[in-house]
Design a protein around this ligand. Structure first.
Ligand code: AMP
Ligand code: ZN
Length: 475
């Protein structure tokens, strides 16, 4: 069965086909780095991670861009309040974001562009829109996109936008616009921006980019004019994604994204978890209460991404228990020693094939993760029963473990054994010694050290970590 994905633009589940065979180009709207991300935000990033992992499972190579918005009203305000440079202020939250993503096992995107690093491309895009007559300069010096010039405006959100298009002036912001829903592409400098500005050629002038245009510029910079999938939470459908389509397609004349992927909200007592309502928990808040990040990940995967999900602590406790059941079964299978002379029971071999089929069928159907998890736990029950009854043959135990590995590629819920500090220190010292031995061409010594490390249950990988040292992990 082909992988089907729901597309917000056509309001249909459609078989996923990438422009270039076997390469899926994805753009995911990332965080504004003015504060720590909350669990609601991570619902979006975990849903996107599931999408990414499922595409990889099905043989696509994924090229993903996730932007960091590091200049906007909130980041400027935060930096000014703390009296630190903007880049210093946003770095703290960008670093925290990457740490949080790692603890939730969210795979790395290929590119993490920052708005402040994409200014030339943003300026070029705005200029192109002005030249083509889609954008105008208002009395306050800002450049706006004129939505009435773009006939398809509103196609994604399907809101009745007639009122907006007519251009009744609204006084909710201080910028002067021709149409109420026209949006800023380039914001003229004001004193509140202090030292945050770029000097762009006329007609843009001294100012900074609008939020929507950043995403278009970053998506096109890395992925080209037409991308395969564009993702974000449902709150971004309007106006953010509507505006992204308008400005990108007005500039290029090409379709911007072939599939629009939107996750529903994480709720707290029936309301969207959000900064503005104050009903949020950051991931850090939750981990401080001794919940594991895997329980959070499980909870977020336990509902279909297009269904709302309530965040509660009892649900998180139940999620932690499910993660433990998954890990316990895996550990038991790994440590399982078949009794002598066990007949391979055909029934269980069929259960392995059936488990894989049910898991794949669920995820092929628009990433139906609750059904996929149900398939996993059906299999866990079968495997536990077979292990207890000691009717599992050695080949079947190996096949069952292989099935678990397939689950794990997508779910990423396995507890890792972590080295304690003393062991970590010992390994690092030994690795340095080994490096020195290699450099002096004493390969015998280097091999002996490798063996010594292995005997402590540590595997040294050939890949080199970011710090330039060899990577290692506990067996
Ligand atoms: P923001 O930093 O507000 O732009 O949000 C970052 C991402 O989190 C976007 O994709 C939002 O749509 C998503 N998001 C924000 N709040 C929630 C929530 N309560 N549930 C699910 N996704 C959310
Ligand atoms: Zn965006």
């Amino acid at each position: 069965m082909a992988f089907k994905i729901y597309d917000t633009l056509t309001r249909k589940k459609r078989a996923f086909e990438s422009i270039e065979p076997r390469i899926a180009r994805i753009y995911t709207c990332g965080p504004t780095v003015y504060d720590y991300a909350h669990v609601g935000n991570f619902r979006a990033y975990v849903a996107q991670d599931l999408l990414r992992r499922w595409l990889e499972y099905r043989g696509w190579r994924v090229e993903q861009v996730q932007n960091l918005t590091d200049v906007d009203d909130k980041t400027i305000k935060g930096a000014n309040e703390e009296n630190v440079p903007l880049a210093q202020y946003t770095k703290k939250f960008a670093d925290a974001f990457f740490e949080d993503c790692a603890s939730l096992r969210i795979e790395h995107a290929e590119h993490y562009p920052r708005a402040t690093e994409t200014i030339p491309e943003i300026i070029a895009l705005v200029q192109r829109l002005v030249e083509k007559g889609f954008a105008y300069k208002s009395g306050d010096g800002s450049i706006y996109f004129s939505i009435r010039k773009f006939a398809k405006y509103g196609a994604l959100s399907k809101t009745n936008l007639e009122g907006l298009k007519e251009g009744a002036r609204v006084s909710q912001d201080s910028y002067e616009k021709e149409g109420a829903a026209d949006f800023a592409l380039w914001k003229a400098w004001t004193s509140e921006d202090a030292n945050v500005f770029w000097d762009a050629p006329a007609p843009l002038g001294k100012g900074r980019p609008g939020w929507h245009v950043e995403c278009s510029a970053m998506a096109m910079k890395f992925l080209g004019e037409t991308i395969d999938i564009h993702a974000g939470g449902v709150d971004l459908v309007f106006p953010h994604h509507e505006n992204e389509i308008a400005q990108s397609e007005a500039a290029t004349g090409a379709q911007f994204a072939r599939y629009w992927f939107h996750n529903e909200h994480l709720l707290v007592e029936g309301r969207k978890m959000s900064k503005s309502l104050g009903n949020f928990y950051t991931l850090r808040d939750v981990l401080k209460k001794s919940y594991s990040p895997l329980a959070v990940r499980y909870l977020l995967l336990s509902a279909h991404y297009r269904q709302q999900l309530n965040f509660t602590f009892p649900a998180l406790t139940a999620a932690a228990a499910a993660v433990e059941r998954y890990n316990e079964c895996y550990r038991n299978l790994k440590g399982y020693t078949p009794s002598l002379g066990v007949e391979t029971s055909e029934g269980f071999t069929k259960k392995i094939a059936g488990g894989r089929k049910a898991f794949e069928k669920a995820l092929d159907d628009d990433l139906d993760s609750p059904s996929a998890l149900a398939a996993v736990f059906d299999f866990v029950r079968e495997a536990n029963t077979a292990m207890e009854a000691k009717t599992l043959g050695p080949e079947q135990a190996a096949e069952a473990l292989a099935l678990f590995d397939d689950f794990e590629r997508v779910l990423a819920l396995r507890e890792e054994k972590r080295a304690d500090a003393a062991l970590a220190k010992w390994v690092e010292a030994k690795l340095e010694e080994r490096e020195a031995a290699r450099k002096s061409r004493d390969f015998e010594r280097a091999d002996a050290i490798r063996k010594e490390i292995r005997e402590r249950g540590v595997i040294v990988e050939d890949a080199v970590a970011k710090n330039g040292k060899p990577k290692w992990r506990i067996k």
